[in-house]
Design a binder for this molecule. Structure first.
Ligand code: HEC
Length: 121
């Protein structure tokens, strides 16, 4: 195998692995500080649903950037129950037909990545 070709392969590999490694290195919220509402959620399922339903593509049209500015923990969605209700509302509004465990999973991912509510003592 020639040098440049190997280099390209390694670069390709790095671009695949790096995001995975970065995600793994990000400090996850310690389990006991996650509000009870979001414990036990299937986060992988939530991530998949958020991609599948293209939530950000529409949010990007609203707020630009990567769309995440739409998530405002200081705003109306100021506690876990409100986040769950909002995801439920979007699901109904957009006719996504999510099961309750899907709503739970999606809300838990938004909690982890954007809202970061603390468990009530
Ligand atoms: C067709 C466009 C559209 C799609 C698709 C969409 N949203 Fe939204 N979403 C909005 C708009 C518009 C708002 C802002 C509503 C407002 O502030 O009155 C919003 C607001 C929100 C909020 C509240 C943000 C906050 O803190 O106030 C959440 C949570 C949310 N969306 C979740 C989702 C999820 C999860 C999905 C995918 C399953 C999704 N949305 C798909 C348009 C969309």
């Amino acid at each position: 195998m020639t040098g440049p070709k190997l280099q390209r392969m390694l670069n390709g590999l790095a671009s695949v692995l790096l995001p995975v490694l970065l995600a793994a290195a990000m400090p996850a919220q310690a389990a006991e500080t996650v509000p009870a509402e979001f414990r036990g959620a299937d986060l992988a399922l939530g991530e998949k649903l958020i991609l599948e339903h293209r939530c950000s593509s529409c949010h990007i049209r609203q707020v630009g950037g990567d769309g995440s500015a739409i998530y405002r923990p200081q705003g109306r969605i100021s506690r876990p129950a409100a986040l769950l209700a909002m995801v439920e509302m979007c699901s109904t509004e957009l006719k996504l037909q999510l099961f309750p465990e899907d709503v739970h999973a999606v809300a838990a991912v938004l909690q982890r990545d954007h809202y970061r509510f603390k468990a009530s003592p």
